[in-house]
Design a protein around this ligand. Structure first.
Ligand code: SF4
Length: 325
């Protein structure tokens, strides 16, 4: 266990607004205008954010809707509530970032492939030796499969992952001149690369907006009743329609941060959750503040993070190398 980070930001999660203060828990009530003030201009609505369905489709109609109370359960109420949660998350996690260590698009692509069925921490502990041995697609394409397997063994499913990495690297070498392409249609043409991996690479190595629907993201947006879809592509489509494109990548990081630190799969720490006043699922987890605080993870729980080389604004401790945990 590391020391609790001293940055004030980390206290936000352990000192949630009392749920009772703002009528948090009842579905329907949180959709009402009382719990959802007009959006701030910084992340407020734009025409592009309200793309599909019966929601408002122009800046003028959204402004008009923002001026009066939204009908509980309406599309407008959902958009307002979702954006309010996003603004709260931005305050709780101003330092949200991808939690894989990488220095170029190829490293991010490889790390993302390795992250299947394991933690980003384990990947980050594994990749320094891997990238030292195989720094380019050409190097990795020519790797001895058994040597590569041994290097990535700590991430699990190492035989399948080694095959995948060699296949992707060979395709990059042969078809893309050893460069990771910056278009989704090219990325998903690489063997074993799906939309989720492609979005991670595009959003974080190429700065192209995208929503990453991983297990945390899907769980949280369903808890918040932003969607009831299970299929990741449908979740992506529905959530994209609630937010301006410019928010998509950071929204993904914030939601995933919250899922890893506070809104866990089995025991969400509701009693220590800053989103509690806005959450229709408040009470699904531990509501006792003391007990809930003990469930917090990473920097919110005073523990090391997942990255060995976190960004400079990260308020927590860097992860420890493999074997030093
Ligand atoms: S921890 Fe509880 S209150 Fe917070 S977002 Fe998750 S379910 Fe809602």
């Amino acid at each position: 266990m590391g020391e609790r980070p001293s940055a004030k930001k980390t206290n936000a999660a352990s000192e949630p607004k009392p749920p009772g203060g703002e009528a948090p828990a009842k579905i329907g009530e949180v959709d009402g205008s009382a719990a959802a003030p007009a959006p701030r201009s910084a992340s407020g609505p734009t025409g592009s954010a309200n793309g599909s369905g019966s929601g408002p489709t122009s800046r003028r109609s959204v402004k008009a809707a923002a001026a009066k109370p939204a009908k509980p359960g309406s599309r407008t109420a959902l958009v307002r509530r979702a954006r309010r949660i996003n603004r709260e998350l931005a305050e709780v996690y101003p330092y949200a970032h991808p939690e894989l260590d990488f220095e170029n698009p190829f490293q991010l692509l490889v790390a993302t492939v390795l992250s299947a069925q394991t933690t980003d921490l384990r990947v980050n502990q594994t990749t320094p030796a891997l990238f030292a041995a195989y720094p380019t697609p050409e190097d990795m394409a020519a790797a001895d499969p058994e040597a590569l397997e041994q290097l990535i063994r700590p991430t699990g499913f190492f035989r399948a992952k080694a095959r995948s990495l060699i296949g992707i690297s060979a395709a990059l070498h042969e078809r893309f001149d050893d460069e990771v392409p910056g278009r989704i249609e090219d990325l998903v043409s690489l063997p074993g690369v799906g939309r989720k991996t492609a979005h991670v690479v595009l959003g974080n190595a190429f700065g192209m907006p995208g929503i990453t629907v991983d297990t945390h993201f899907g769980r949280l947006v369903r808890r918040w009743k932003w969607t009831d879809q299970q299929d990741p592509e449908k979740v992506e489509e529905e959530i994209c329609s609630l937010f301006p494109k410019s928010e998509w990548t950071m929204l993904s990081h914030r939601v995933i941060f919250h899922g890893r630190r506070i809104c866990h799969s089995r025991k969400p720490a509701c009693g220590a959750c800053p989103i509690a006043p806005l959450c229709p699922s408040y009470g699904e987890g531990e509501t006792d503040p003391e007990k809930a605080r003990k469930l917090l993870k990473y920097e919110k729980g005073g523990q090391p993070g997942q990255r060995l080389k976190p960004p400079p604004d990260y308020p927590g401790l860097p992860a420890r190398p493999l074997g030093a945990e």
